[in-house]
Design a protein around this ligand. Structure first.
Ligand code: HEM
Ligand code: HEM
Ligand code: FE2
Length: 444
């Protein structure tokens, strides 16, 4: 760590880990409900659990991205964060808005729009919060000595992500119109601008860990940004097939979304190539595992499992089934969950001055969480394919099908337990590091 203000990142990471833990609790509630054990139904019905589970996911990832930006931007731009106090205020208000939203969901204060359940009045608080965050990052970048490609790509991703929140705030009376613009947020986030944030963090980590020249790494970054935009923007069409939008989306959505895996393939090849080329033997092998891991698992979860149901001929049957949940889990985990855990694994020793990497717990955390998540993906996939055949092809009633596939949720829960033990160990190690310290500053 070179700048005092980078320590702010720690608290965003801590909030992130807390929300991740809560997310898993709601995952188990739903897993058991799917098995037929829905004892909490009167207090936490499935729809509430689902909204809480997915919204906590988005907030822990955003908190992780913000922490990553507060850590990376001062270092890349060679300037202290312009206002540390404001960053802490931003952290606390983020937590408060999150808590209000989550409590509200339990009392039916929510909008029934998957992923965008936050009621519109609260959206304005989110906007104020994100503007404060962006103001701090942009001002630091502006005052800094350097503006590296890595920092700019990451910042561009964060700015676009904020702008793309706005289409979700427009009010429509028409379901199709509402759905149409909801996808600008949901799709263009995860298959567009969040990839820039991921690409930026990945480039930063590869520069630090492999020691390969910045010029080489940043050239790759341009290619990835290009591939992302070429495929991802029109790829939005894969959500417009059967919602009442014009027919031409079948063709456009099918073709462009089928190209989207290229950006993820690019990231995987990029990370592996830099690892092979790198001569620096960085001691933090755990950070290296998470960095290469995120590049590879995102290609499988987002790229390959996305491709599996992206053509209109397939999506006609799989839309909104557990096949979507299969892909949603491995994609979110591989691309965005793992990149957050990668930057945490890299930065914790630097912020605290303690070298707890390469511990048995750390490796177990990596392997158990990944193997657990792959198992969960398979369980969702098997349940999803059975659901598609029974419900969509044979015409069996939704509820009857859910009974038939209950058994797969037993496997899901076993794998989710393994995953959660991995996450538990990760958080245990995080806590063992303790708080960041000024003594960890290295002046070069
Ligand atoms: C990291 C990147 C990605 C993440 C985090 C992600 C996550 C998700 C999630 C959570 C959904 C459900 C959304 C909803 O119903 O509101 C979804 C849907 C979908 N995703 Fe992805 N995805 C990613 C990349 C991709 C890619 C690259 C493709 C195509 C190659 C793809 C194809 C699809 C399709 C076709 C659907 C619609 C499923 C349906 O009709 O129910 N995804 N994705
Ligand atoms: C203890 C671990 C977990 C369990 C048991 C679990 C279980 C579930 C269940 C049962 C659903 C609802 C599926 C349905 O609609 O019927 C769900 C939804 C979802 N979960 Fe998890 N989950 C866990 C962890 C995670 C993690 C770590 C992530 C992301 C990194 C995640 C991302 C999602 C997403 C994106 C959805 C919505 C999927 C869709 O749009 O179809 N979950 N989860
Ligand atoms: Fe999409």
């Amino acid at each position: 760590m070179k700048f005092k203000s980078q320590k702010v990142a720690y608290w965003f990471f801590a909030l992130s880990m807390l929300l991740l833990t809560l997310q898993l609790v709601y995952g188990f509630i739903m897993g058991f409900a799917h098995m037929g054990y829905d004892g909490l139904h009167d207090f936490i019905p499935f729809n509430t659990a689902r909204a809480v589970h997915t919204n906590l996911l988005v907030v822990w990832l955003l908190s992780g991205f913000m922490g990553a930006a507060y850590y990376i931007i001062p270092e890349e731009s060679e300037h202290e964060l312009v206002n540390v106090k404001l960053a802490y205020i931003q952290l606390i208000t983020l937590a408060i808005v999150g808590v209000i939203a989550i409590i509200g969901y339990h009392f039916n204060y929510w909008e029934g729009r998957k992923f965008l359940e936050i009621p519109r009045p609260l959206d304005w608080l989110v906007v104020a919060n994100v503007l404060t965050f962006l103001g701090l990052i942009l001002a630091t970048l502006y005052k800094g000595k350097k503006r590296t490609t890595t920092a700019l790509v990451m910042t561009m991703g964060l700015v676009f992500a904020a702008l793309l929140y706005l289409p979700g705030m427009i009010w429509f009376d028409n379901q199709t119109m509402d759905s149409f613009f909801r996808w600008w947020v949901v799709h263009l986030w995860v298959e567009g601008v969040w990839e820039l944030i991921m690409g930026g963090i990945l480039a930063y980590l590869l520069i630090k860990i492999t020691g390969v020249d910045r010029e080489v790494i940043e050239k790759w970054l341009y290619v990835i940004v290009g591939l992302t935009f070429i495929s991802g923007i029109l790829g939005t069409g894969h959500h417009y097939y059967y919602i009442g939008a014009p027919r031409y989306w079948l063709m456009i959505g099918g073709i462009f979304s089928a190209l989207e895996p290229l950006a993820f393939l690019g990231m995987a090849l990029f990370a592996l190539a830099m690892y092979r080329k790198g001569e620096k033997n960085h001691p933090n092998k755990l950070a290296l595992n998470w960095t290469l891991g995120t590049a590879i698992v995102s290609f499988v979860g987002a790229g390959l499992l996305g491709l599996a149901h992206t053509l209109p001929q397939v999506n006609l049957y799989t839309h909104g089934t557990l096949v979507t949940a299969m892909h949603g889990h491995l994609a979110f985990w591989g691309a965005y969950g793992m990149i957050v855990l990668a930057i945490i694994s890299y930065s914790m020793p630097n912020m605290t001055g303690r070298n707890l990497y390469n511990t048995v717990n750390g490796s177990l955390a990596f392997w158990l969480s990944n193997i657990g998540m792959i198992g969960m993906t398979v369980a969702f996939g098997v349940a999803g394919v059975a659901q598609v055949y029974l419900e969509r092809i044979m015409g069996v009633e939704f509820g009857d099908v859910q009974k038939e596939i209950q058994i797969h949720f037993g496997i899901l829960i076993i794998c989710a337990t393994m995953f959660s033990v991995g996450i538990g160990l990760f958080i245990y190690e995080f806590l063992r590091y303790g708080q960041p310290s000024d003594e960890a500053i290295i002046y070069e």
